[in-house]
Unconditional design. Structure first.
Length: 424
């Protein structure tokens, strides 16, 4: 593809060659580093393509080989410019288009969000808008490292983020913790702590469980493989002890603990739904409408009006782009409206069990997508007359810890606070 673009912008000529010694002509071209391509033979006549620069160099080679040529077709941008050289408005329009494309390349026109589950894409997009880093933002104003910290700070369930820009595309990759927002806690960087070296942060267990694997990169490990821990247990301390020559503890050097810790723990599972529910009966009638989205604003194209009282709408959009990462603020949108009617229905026992099993399988799939290893599962499904309940527990192996201020520095601050109060 790139080679074809280069040939087009440099220009090339399609030639036909015949004569006394065409083979010698091709050898002379090779010796003089003149590129020929798409060579084909038709009897005693050879057809090939050659660049404009190469065409200007072959005249003496034709004389030496006793061959003649015929120009079949001239291709490429230089010939196009020459052909329409008197049309000034055309070239003015081309320059304006190039200028517009250059201007559009300085803004973000597409945002990709990956890895989110409990945190919705809409909430992340709204957050980016609040941070002046959303759709249509000037690229120079986007600070990717700062956005990563702000995302971790704003969403408790997010434990890792990566924000990168390529072309006019902003890609946000996140990783969530299985725990709820109240349990997860924030990484020190996300919570706005700046004096990490002076305070230090521990890694604390989020759940009761058993340590199945631990690898410490920074900090002091307080547990080892096989240890049973409870929620809130400090797994790795952010205080590095300093000893003198006599082996006596003299001080601590504080840091933010960093480790890979796998914890075997149990996750309770309970899901219930009513046996009586509403079903949608689709009539099969579908209306399709088209529209354009320009700079974030939707413009419907003329078409048939939607006359359905109740319907579901499915939207398919295709954003224009010049290459993989250079998107433009123009989308072609197709909306399909399918009519339905609501009807009251009751699950059969088999149907309810099938739905409960499907919901449970979906829950397990979400766990697997987050890198959680499922070890055991014990879930019972009870389909009664009024509701169906699926309950039990799942034994998993996961990275379940949170950051917490180091115990030693927290105690020191408490003591200092008490002393100050007494002095007053």
């Amino acid at each position: 593809m790139l080679f074809r673009l280069i040939k087009y912008f440099r220009g090339y000529v399609e030639l036909s060659l015949w004569g006394y010694a065409p083979e010698r002509f091709f050898n002379l071209c090779s010796n003089h580093n003149i590129l020929l391509w798409d060579l084909q033979q038709d009897g005693d006549v050879y057809h090939f393509k050659i660049s404009i620069e190469g065409f200007r160099l072959i005249r003496p080679l034709l004389k030496k080989s006793g061959t003649k040529i015929h120009i079949g077709k001239k291709n490429g941008f230089p010939f196009y410019i020459f052909r329409y050289r008197k049309r000034k408005l055309l070239f003015a329009g081309m320059l304006i288009c190039v200028g517009i494309l250059f201007l559009l390349s300085r803004f973000i026109w597409k945002i990709d969000i990956n890895g989110n589950d409990s945190v919705t894409a809409d909430s992340i997009l709204d957050f980016l808008e609040e941070q002046d880093s959303g759709y249509g933002t000037y690229i120079a104003d986007i600070n990717c490292p700062k956005l990563e910290e702000e995302l971790r700070s704003a969403f408790d369930a997010v434990i890792w983020t990566s924000v990168k820009r390529e072309g006019t595309t902003l890609t946000v990759d996140i990783q969530e913790n299985l725990s709820t927002a109240e349990e997860t806690g924030k990484a020190p960087e996300a919570a706005g702590f700046r004096d990490q070296d002076a305070q230090g942060y521990d890694l604390v267990a989020l759940h009761d469980g058993t340590i199945t694997d631990i690898y410490v990169r920074k900090g002091t490990p307080l547990v080892q493989k096989g240890d049973a821990v409870t929620k809130g247990t400090v797994l790795v301390s952010g205080a590095l002890p300093i000893y003198n020559d006599n082996g006596e503890l003299t001080d601590y050097q504080y840091c933010t603990a960093d480790a890979d810790i796998a914890l075997r723990t149990g996750i309770p599972y309970k899901e219930e739904f009513a046996m009586r529910h509403e079903e949608r009966i689709y009539s099969g009638s579908v209306t399709v409408r088209y529209g354009l989205q320009l700079f974030g604003s939707y413009l419907p194209l003329p078409g048939k009006k939607i006359s359905y009282a109740q319907y579901t709408m499915t939207e398919t959009r295709r954003q224009l782009r010049l290459c993989d990462s250079f998107y433009l603020p123009v989308c072609l949108i197709q909306r399909s409206y399918e009519e339905y009617e609501k009807k009251q229905a009751v699950y059969t026992k088999k149907g309810a069990e099938k739905k409960a099993q499907a919901d449970f399988d979906e829950f397990l799939e979400k766990l697997a997508q987050k890198g959680v290893l499922i070890l055991e599962k014990h879930v019972m499904i009870d389909a009664g007359k009024t509701k169906c309940v699926a309950s039990g527990s799942i034994t998993v192996q996961e990275k379940a810890f949170r950051y917490a201020p180091n115990r030693e520095t927290a105690a020191e601050k408490t003591d200092e606070g008490d002393t100050g109060h007494e002095s007053e």
